[in-house]
Ligand binder design. Structure first.
Ligand SMILES: Cc1cc2nc3c(=O)[nH]c(=O)nc-3n(C[C@H](O)[C@H](O)[C@H](O)COP(=O)(O)OP(=O)(O)OC[C@H]3O[C@@H](n4cnc5c(N)ncnc54)[C@H](O)[C@@H]3O)c2cc1C
Length: 388
Protein backbone atom coordinates (compact mmCIF):
# COMPACT_ATOMS: atom_id res chain seq x y z
CA UNK A 1 0.00 0.00 0.00
CA UNK A 2 1.11 3.57 -0.66
CA UNK A 3 0.45 6.74 1.30
CA UNK A 4 1.03 10.16 -0.24
CA UNK A 5 2.16 12.55 2.48
CA UNK A 6 4.52 11.92 5.40
CA UNK A 7 2.68 14.30 7.72
CA UNK A 8 0.70 13.61 10.87
CA UNK A 9 -2.09 11.56 9.27
CA UNK A 10 0.13 9.69 6.79
CA UNK A 11 2.60 8.61 9.46
CA UNK A 12 -0.14 7.42 11.81
CA UNK A 13 -1.83 5.45 9.03
CA UNK A 14 1.48 3.89 7.98
CA UNK A 15 2.27 2.80 11.54
CA UNK A 16 -1.10 1.07 11.88
CA UNK A 17 -0.88 -0.58 8.47
CA UNK A 18 2.66 -1.66 9.31
CA UNK A 19 1.44 -3.25 12.55
CA UNK A 20 -0.92 -5.36 10.44
CA UNK A 21 2.03 -6.55 8.40
CA UNK A 22 1.11 -4.52 5.33
CA UNK A 23 3.93 -3.59 3.04
CA UNK A 24 3.81 0.17 3.50
CA UNK A 25 5.47 2.95 1.54
CA UNK A 26 5.05 6.69 2.12
CA UNK A 27 5.88 9.11 -0.69
CA UNK A 28 6.37 12.79 0.04
CA UNK A 29 7.63 15.54 -2.23
CA UNK A 30 9.28 17.41 0.64
CA UNK A 31 12.86 16.84 1.71
CA UNK A 32 11.79 16.03 5.29
CA UNK A 33 8.87 14.21 6.90
CA UNK A 34 6.45 15.97 9.26
CA UNK A 35 7.47 19.58 8.66
CA UNK A 36 4.17 20.91 10.01
CA UNK A 37 4.53 18.84 13.15
CA UNK A 38 7.89 20.51 13.72
CA UNK A 39 6.57 24.05 13.30
CA UNK A 40 3.34 23.42 15.21
CA UNK A 41 2.36 24.91 18.53
CA UNK A 42 5.16 27.47 18.38
CA UNK A 43 7.68 24.58 18.24
CA UNK A 44 6.06 22.63 21.09
CA UNK A 45 3.31 20.81 19.12
CA UNK A 46 -0.13 21.08 20.68
CA UNK A 47 -0.62 17.39 19.91
CA UNK A 48 -4.13 16.88 21.30
CA UNK A 49 -6.67 18.23 23.79
CA UNK A 50 -8.23 16.69 26.90
CA UNK A 51 -11.66 17.69 25.56
CA UNK A 52 -12.19 16.28 22.10
CA UNK A 53 -15.74 16.42 20.79
CA UNK A 54 -17.43 16.58 17.38
CA UNK A 55 -18.53 20.14 18.26
CA UNK A 56 -14.90 21.22 18.00
CA UNK A 57 -14.89 20.43 14.29
CA UNK A 58 -16.33 22.23 11.27
CA UNK A 59 -17.56 20.21 8.30
CA UNK A 60 -20.44 20.05 5.83
CA UNK A 61 -21.20 16.75 7.56
CA UNK A 62 -20.73 17.43 11.30
CA UNK A 63 -21.36 13.76 12.21
CA UNK A 64 -18.62 12.34 10.02
CA UNK A 65 -15.72 12.80 12.46
CA UNK A 66 -17.53 11.18 15.41
CA UNK A 67 -16.63 7.60 14.62
CA UNK A 68 -12.90 8.23 14.13
CA UNK A 69 -12.41 10.52 17.13
CA UNK A 70 -14.12 8.02 19.38
CA UNK A 71 -12.33 4.92 18.07
CA UNK A 72 -8.87 6.50 18.32
CA UNK A 73 -9.23 9.25 20.86
CA UNK A 74 -7.01 11.70 22.75
CA UNK A 75 -6.32 9.10 25.48
CA UNK A 76 -4.96 6.64 22.93
CA UNK A 77 -2.54 9.23 21.62
CA UNK A 78 -1.58 10.37 25.13
CA UNK A 79 -0.79 6.72 25.95
CA UNK A 80 1.60 6.56 23.01
CA UNK A 81 3.25 9.83 24.07
CA UNK A 82 3.65 8.43 27.60
CA UNK A 83 5.11 5.16 26.30
CA UNK A 84 7.86 7.22 24.70
CA UNK A 85 8.41 9.16 27.93
CA UNK A 86 7.70 12.49 26.22
CA UNK A 87 7.25 15.27 28.78
CA UNK A 88 4.12 17.35 28.21
CA UNK A 89 1.91 19.85 29.99
CA UNK A 90 -1.61 21.18 29.87
CA UNK A 91 -2.34 24.78 28.95
CA UNK A 92 -5.73 26.55 28.99
CA UNK A 93 -8.76 24.83 27.52
CA UNK A 94 -7.26 21.34 27.92
CA UNK A 95 -4.54 21.87 25.31
CA UNK A 96 -1.56 19.50 25.59
CA UNK A 97 1.90 20.66 24.52
CA UNK A 98 5.35 19.07 24.61
CA UNK A 99 7.55 20.44 27.40
CA UNK A 100 10.61 20.36 25.17
CA UNK A 101 10.02 20.32 21.45
CA UNK A 102 7.74 19.21 18.63
CA UNK A 103 10.68 17.07 17.55
CA UNK A 104 9.71 14.65 20.31
CA UNK A 105 6.41 13.88 18.57
CA UNK A 106 7.95 13.53 15.12
CA UNK A 107 10.78 11.32 16.44
CA UNK A 108 8.21 9.13 18.17
CA UNK A 109 6.20 8.68 14.95
CA UNK A 110 9.32 7.97 12.90
CA UNK A 111 10.52 5.45 15.48
CA UNK A 112 7.14 3.68 15.37
CA UNK A 113 7.18 3.73 11.58
CA UNK A 114 10.65 2.20 11.57
CA UNK A 115 9.60 -0.44 14.10
CA UNK A 116 6.90 -1.62 11.68
CA UNK A 117 9.14 -1.45 8.60
CA UNK A 118 7.43 1.51 6.96
CA UNK A 119 9.47 2.90 4.09
CA UNK A 120 9.52 6.65 3.48
CA UNK A 121 10.68 8.06 0.15
CA UNK A 122 11.20 11.81 0.28
CA UNK A 123 11.64 14.20 -2.68
CA UNK A 124 9.07 12.12 -4.60
CA UNK A 125 6.62 14.01 -6.77
CA UNK A 126 3.83 12.00 -8.36
CA UNK A 127 3.00 13.16 -11.86
CA UNK A 128 0.26 10.73 -12.78
CA UNK A 129 -2.12 8.30 -11.10
CA UNK A 130 -4.13 5.77 -13.08
CA UNK A 131 -6.21 2.80 -12.12
CA UNK A 132 -5.52 -0.45 -13.89
CA UNK A 133 -8.05 -3.06 -14.98
CA UNK A 134 -7.33 -5.11 -11.83
CA UNK A 135 -8.26 -2.01 -9.78
CA UNK A 136 -4.68 -1.51 -8.63
CA UNK A 137 -3.31 2.04 -8.75
CA UNK A 138 -0.33 2.94 -10.87
CA UNK A 139 1.67 5.98 -9.71
CA UNK A 140 4.29 7.63 -11.81
CA UNK A 141 6.96 10.03 -10.65
CA UNK A 142 9.56 11.53 -12.97
CA UNK A 143 11.97 8.70 -12.23
CA UNK A 144 9.94 5.70 -11.02
CA UNK A 145 6.57 4.04 -11.10
CA UNK A 146 4.80 2.31 -8.24
CA UNK A 147 1.80 0.02 -7.96
CA UNK A 148 -0.52 -0.52 -5.04
CA UNK A 149 -3.82 -2.05 -4.09
CA UNK A 150 -4.60 0.67 -1.51
CA UNK A 151 -3.74 4.30 -2.09
CA UNK A 152 -4.05 6.72 0.83
CA UNK A 153 -4.07 10.46 0.20
CA UNK A 154 -2.65 12.26 3.24
CA UNK A 155 -1.26 15.30 1.45
CA UNK A 156 -2.83 17.86 3.82
CA UNK A 157 -4.41 21.23 3.05
CA UNK A 158 -3.26 24.44 1.41
CA UNK A 159 -1.98 26.38 4.39
CA UNK A 160 1.65 27.53 4.39
CA UNK A 161 2.61 26.80 0.77
CA UNK A 162 6.22 27.58 1.75
CA UNK A 163 6.17 24.37 3.81
CA UNK A 164 5.19 22.31 0.76
CA UNK A 165 1.37 22.48 0.89
CA UNK A 166 -0.23 21.63 -2.48
CA UNK A 167 -3.74 20.99 -3.86
CA UNK A 168 -2.59 17.47 -4.80
CA UNK A 169 -5.23 15.65 -2.72
CA UNK A 170 -8.12 17.70 -4.08
CA UNK A 171 -6.96 17.03 -7.65
CA UNK A 172 -6.81 13.27 -7.01
CA UNK A 173 -10.33 13.44 -5.56
CA UNK A 174 -11.61 15.26 -8.63
CA UNK A 175 -9.82 12.85 -10.95
CA UNK A 176 -11.85 10.04 -9.39
CA UNK A 177 -15.09 12.07 -9.46
CA UNK A 178 -15.24 12.84 -5.75
CA UNK A 179 -16.71 16.18 -4.77
CA UNK A 180 -14.45 18.69 -3.04
CA UNK A 181 -16.09 21.19 -0.69
CA UNK A 182 -14.80 24.70 -1.50
CA UNK A 183 -11.61 25.38 0.43
CA UNK A 184 -10.61 28.54 2.30
CA UNK A 185 -8.09 29.60 4.92
CA UNK A 186 -9.03 28.85 8.55
CA UNK A 187 -7.43 29.75 11.89
CA UNK A 188 -6.04 32.85 10.25
CA UNK A 189 -5.58 36.53 11.24
CA UNK A 190 -7.91 39.20 9.84
CA UNK A 191 -6.78 42.10 7.71
CA UNK A 192 -8.64 45.41 8.10
CA UNK A 193 -10.25 47.94 5.81
CA UNK A 194 -8.00 50.94 5.21
CA UNK A 195 -9.79 53.31 7.61
CA UNK A 196 -9.77 50.76 10.46
CA UNK A 197 -6.15 49.85 9.77
CA UNK A 198 -5.10 53.51 9.94
CA UNK A 199 -6.94 53.93 13.25
CA UNK A 200 -5.83 50.67 14.90
CA UNK A 201 -2.29 50.23 13.63
CA UNK A 202 -0.90 52.13 16.61
CA UNK A 203 -2.30 49.47 18.93
CA UNK A 204 0.02 46.88 17.41
CA UNK A 205 1.33 44.56 20.13
CA UNK A 206 -1.56 45.05 22.57
CA UNK A 207 -3.32 41.84 23.67
CA UNK A 208 -6.56 41.77 25.67
CA UNK A 209 -8.90 39.04 26.75
CA UNK A 210 -12.18 39.35 24.87
CA UNK A 211 -15.24 37.67 23.44
CA UNK A 212 -15.50 37.61 19.66
CA UNK A 213 -18.83 36.76 18.03
CA UNK A 214 -19.70 36.00 14.41
CA UNK A 215 -22.58 34.03 12.90
CA UNK A 216 -23.85 33.13 16.41
CA UNK A 217 -20.57 31.50 17.42
CA UNK A 218 -18.38 33.03 20.10
CA UNK A 219 -14.92 32.53 21.53
CA UNK A 220 -13.52 34.01 24.72
CA UNK A 221 -9.75 34.17 24.49
CA UNK A 222 -6.98 36.66 23.76
CA UNK A 223 -7.26 39.19 20.96
CA UNK A 224 -4.07 40.64 19.56
CA UNK A 225 -3.78 43.91 17.63
CA UNK A 226 -1.09 43.61 14.96
CA UNK A 227 0.32 46.03 12.40
CA UNK A 228 -1.67 44.19 9.73
CA UNK A 229 -4.96 43.73 11.61
CA UNK A 230 -6.33 41.41 14.28
CA UNK A 231 -4.94 38.12 15.51
CA UNK A 232 -4.68 36.08 18.72
CA UNK A 233 -6.50 32.85 19.60
CA UNK A 234 -10.04 34.33 19.74
CA UNK A 235 -9.62 35.87 16.29
CA UNK A 236 -8.08 32.73 14.77
CA UNK A 237 -10.95 30.64 16.14
CA UNK A 238 -13.68 32.94 14.82
CA UNK A 239 -11.96 33.27 11.43
CA UNK A 240 -12.99 29.67 10.69
CA UNK A 241 -16.65 30.72 11.00
CA UNK A 242 -16.29 34.06 9.18
CA UNK A 243 -17.28 34.67 5.61
CA UNK A 244 -16.35 37.60 3.38
CA UNK A 245 -18.59 40.56 4.19
CA UNK A 246 -19.51 39.38 7.71
CA UNK A 247 -19.15 41.71 10.67
CA UNK A 248 -17.61 40.52 13.92
CA UNK A 249 -18.62 41.84 17.32
CA UNK A 250 -16.00 42.15 20.05
CA UNK A 251 -16.45 42.62 23.77
CA UNK A 252 -13.16 43.96 25.11
CA UNK A 253 -14.33 43.70 28.74
CA UNK A 254 -15.85 40.23 28.93
CA UNK A 255 -15.79 39.93 32.73
CA UNK A 256 -17.95 42.94 33.64
CA UNK A 257 -20.82 45.17 32.61
CA UNK A 258 -19.13 48.51 31.95
CA UNK A 259 -22.40 50.29 32.59
CA UNK A 260 -22.69 48.80 36.12
CA UNK A 261 -19.00 49.42 36.76
CA UNK A 262 -19.27 53.10 35.81
CA UNK A 263 -22.47 53.60 37.78
CA UNK A 264 -20.79 52.41 40.99
CA UNK A 265 -17.63 54.38 40.18
CA UNK A 266 -19.78 57.52 39.87
CA UNK A 267 -20.88 57.11 43.49
CA UNK A 268 -17.46 56.17 44.81
CA UNK A 269 -15.20 58.57 42.86
CA UNK A 270 -17.41 61.29 41.35
CA UNK A 271 -14.42 63.64 40.78
CA UNK A 272 -12.35 61.17 38.75
CA UNK A 273 -12.27 61.53 34.98
CA UNK A 274 -13.40 58.66 32.77
CA UNK A 275 -9.91 58.10 31.38
CA UNK A 276 -8.49 57.34 34.85
CA UNK A 277 -11.20 54.84 35.65
CA UNK A 278 -10.94 53.05 32.30
CA UNK A 279 -7.16 52.83 32.65
CA UNK A 280 -7.79 50.34 35.48
CA UNK A 281 -9.53 48.05 32.99
CA UNK A 282 -7.76 48.37 29.66
CA UNK A 283 -4.44 49.62 28.22
CA UNK A 284 -4.45 53.44 27.94
CA UNK A 285 -3.51 53.39 24.24
CA UNK A 286 -6.55 51.28 23.51
CA UNK A 287 -8.95 53.45 25.50
CA UNK A 288 -7.59 56.59 23.79
CA UNK A 289 -8.18 55.04 20.38
CA UNK A 290 -11.71 53.86 21.07
CA UNK A 291 -13.17 56.92 22.84
CA UNK A 292 -13.16 60.65 22.00
CA UNK A 293 -10.73 62.81 24.07
CA UNK A 294 -13.56 65.04 25.23
CA UNK A 295 -15.50 62.10 26.64
CA UNK A 296 -12.38 60.70 28.31
CA UNK A 297 -11.73 64.00 30.11
CA UNK A 298 -15.28 64.12 31.52
CA UNK A 299 -15.66 63.80 35.31
CA UNK A 300 -17.67 60.75 36.30
CA UNK A 301 -20.27 62.87 38.13
CA UNK A 302 -20.98 64.71 34.85
CA UNK A 303 -21.38 61.63 32.66
CA UNK A 304 -24.79 61.40 31.04
CA UNK A 305 -26.64 58.14 30.52
CA UNK A 306 -25.99 58.49 26.78
CA UNK A 307 -22.26 58.90 27.33
CA UNK A 308 -22.16 55.77 29.53
CA UNK A 309 -24.03 53.89 26.84
CA UNK A 310 -21.68 55.17 24.19
CA UNK A 311 -18.58 54.07 26.13
CA UNK A 312 -20.11 50.66 26.87
CA UNK A 313 -21.09 50.20 23.27
CA UNK A 314 -17.66 51.12 21.91
CA UNK A 315 -15.82 48.79 24.26
CA UNK A 316 -18.28 45.95 24.79
CA UNK A 317 -20.10 45.83 21.48
CA UNK A 318 -17.38 46.86 19.07
CA UNK A 319 -18.55 45.92 15.59
CA UNK A 320 -16.03 45.71 12.80
CA UNK A 321 -16.09 44.32 9.27
CA UNK A 322 -12.70 42.78 8.44
CA UNK A 323 -11.38 43.38 4.95
CA UNK A 324 -10.32 39.75 4.61
CA UNK A 325 -7.87 37.27 6.06
CA UNK A 326 -4.13 36.84 5.65
CA UNK A 327 -4.96 33.76 3.57
CA UNK A 328 -3.09 30.49 3.23
CA UNK A 329 0.26 32.23 3.76
CA UNK A 330 -0.29 32.27 7.52
CA UNK A 331 -3.40 30.10 8.04
CA UNK A 332 -3.02 27.14 10.39
CA UNK A 333 -5.56 25.07 8.56
CA UNK A 334 -7.70 24.70 5.42
CA UNK A 335 -11.48 24.70 5.65
CA UNK A 336 -13.36 22.46 3.22
CA UNK A 337 -11.77 19.59 1.32
CA UNK A 338 -12.79 16.14 0.14
CA UNK A 339 -16.51 15.79 0.79
CA UNK A 340 -17.16 13.53 3.79
CA UNK A 341 -20.35 12.22 2.21
CA UNK A 342 -18.25 10.41 -0.37
CA UNK A 343 -16.11 8.63 2.24
CA UNK A 344 -16.75 5.87 4.76
CA UNK A 345 -16.46 7.30 8.28
CA UNK A 346 -15.26 3.87 9.43
CA UNK A 347 -12.47 3.25 6.93
CA UNK A 348 -11.94 6.64 5.20
CA UNK A 349 -12.24 4.81 1.88
CA UNK A 350 -14.07 6.53 -0.99
CA UNK A 351 -17.51 4.93 -1.25
CA UNK A 352 -17.37 4.57 -5.00
CA UNK A 353 -13.65 4.14 -5.52
CA UNK A 354 -12.31 0.92 -4.09
CA UNK A 355 -8.83 1.19 -2.59
CA UNK A 356 -8.70 4.99 -2.49
CA UNK A 357 -8.57 6.58 0.99
CA UNK A 358 -8.41 10.18 2.23
CA UNK A 359 -7.21 11.13 5.72
CA UNK A 360 -6.21 14.21 7.71
CA UNK A 361 -6.61 17.81 6.66
CA UNK A 362 -7.35 17.05 3.00
CA UNK A 363 -10.80 15.86 4.17
CA UNK A 364 -13.56 18.39 4.89
CA UNK A 365 -13.05 18.19 8.67
CA UNK A 366 -11.46 21.24 10.28
CA UNK A 367 -10.69 21.47 13.96
CA UNK A 368 -10.60 24.43 16.31
CA UNK A 369 -7.33 25.80 17.54
CA UNK A 370 -6.07 23.71 20.45
CA UNK A 371 -4.79 20.32 19.26
CA UNK A 372 -7.99 19.37 17.44
CA UNK A 373 -6.43 19.26 13.99
CA UNK A 374 -3.69 16.87 15.03
CA UNK A 375 -6.21 14.68 16.83
CA UNK A 376 -8.22 14.49 13.59
CA UNK A 377 -5.02 13.54 11.72
CA UNK A 378 -4.18 10.81 14.29
CA UNK A 379 -7.77 9.49 14.43
CA UNK A 380 -8.49 9.44 10.72
CA UNK A 381 -5.01 8.01 9.99
CA UNK A 382 -5.48 5.30 12.60
CA UNK A 383 -8.90 4.31 11.19
CA UNK A 384 -7.65 3.99 7.62
CA UNK A 385 -4.63 2.08 8.93
CA UNK A 386 -6.95 -0.70 10.16
CA UNK A 387 -8.33 -1.34 6.67
CA UNK A 388 -5.83 -0.39 3.98
C1 LIG B 1 2.05 27.05 11.79
C2 LIG B 1 1.11 25.91 12.10
C3 LIG B 1 0.99 25.50 13.42
C4 LIG B 1 0.08 24.46 13.74
N1 LIG B 1 -0.01 24.06 15.02
C5 LIG B 1 -0.90 23.09 15.34
C6 LIG B 1 -0.99 22.60 16.67
O1 LIG B 1 -0.21 22.99 17.55
N2 LIG B 1 -1.94 21.67 16.95
C7 LIG B 1 -2.78 21.17 15.97
O2 LIG B 1 -3.63 20.32 16.27
N3 LIG B 1 -2.67 21.57 14.69
C8 LIG B 1 -1.75 22.49 14.36
N4 LIG B 1 -1.63 22.88 13.06
C9 LIG B 1 -2.44 22.18 12.02
C10 LIG B 1 -1.77 20.82 11.73
O3 LIG B 1 -0.40 21.02 11.48
C11 LIG B 1 -2.41 20.15 10.51
O4 LIG B 1 -3.80 20.14 10.61
C12 LIG B 1 -1.89 18.72 10.37
O5 LIG B 1 -0.49 18.74 10.16
C13 LIG B 1 -2.58 18.00 9.22
O6 LIG B 1 -1.98 16.74 9.07
P1 LIG B 1 -1.94 16.04 7.64
O7 LIG B 1 -1.11 14.83 7.81
O8 LIG B 1 -3.28 15.94 7.09
O9 LIG B 1 -1.17 17.09 6.71
P2 LIG B 1 0.34 17.61 6.84
O10 LIG B 1 0.87 17.44 8.20
O11 LIG B 1 0.30 18.97 6.23
O12 LIG B 1 1.15 16.63 5.89
C14 LIG B 1 0.96 16.59 4.49
C15 LIG B 1 2.21 16.03 3.85
O13 LIG B 1 1.94 15.84 2.47
C16 LIG B 1 3.03 16.32 1.73
N5 LIG B 1 2.55 16.72 0.39
C17 LIG B 1 1.77 17.77 0.07
N6 LIG B 1 1.56 17.80 -1.25
C18 LIG B 1 2.25 16.73 -1.76
C19 LIG B 1 2.43 16.24 -3.08
N7 LIG B 1 1.89 16.89 -4.13
N8 LIG B 1 3.18 15.14 -3.26
C20 LIG B 1 3.75 14.49 -2.21
N9 LIG B 1 3.62 14.92 -0.95
C21 LIG B 1 2.87 16.03 -0.73
C22 LIG B 1 3.59 17.48 2.52
O14 LIG B 1 4.95 17.70 2.20
C23 LIG B 1 3.39 16.97 3.95
O15 LIG B 1 4.51 16.27 4.44
C24 LIG B 1 -0.71 23.88 12.72
C25 LIG B 1 -0.55 24.29 11.39
C26 LIG B 1 0.36 25.30 11.08
C27 LIG B 1 0.50 25.70 9.64
Amino acid sequence: MIIIGAGAAGLMCAIEAGKRGRNTLILDHANKAGKKILMSGGGRCNFTNYNIDANNYISNNPHFCKSAISRYNQWNFIELVQQYGIAYHQREHGQLFCDNSSKDILSMLLAEAKKYSVEIFLNSTIKLITQKADNHYLLESSSQSYQCQSLVIASGGLSIPKMGATPFGYKVAEQFNLKVVTTSAGLVPFTLQQHDKARLEKLSGIAVNGIVTCNNIQFKENILFTHRGLSGPAILQISSYWQQGNEIVINLLPEISLEDFLNSAITEHPQQILKTVLAQLLPKRLVNTFLEPQLLETKLKSLTKEQINLASNQLQNWTIKPNGTEGYRTAEVTLGGVDCNQLSSKTMQANKQTGLYFIGEVVDVTGWLGGYNFQWAWSSGWCAGQYV
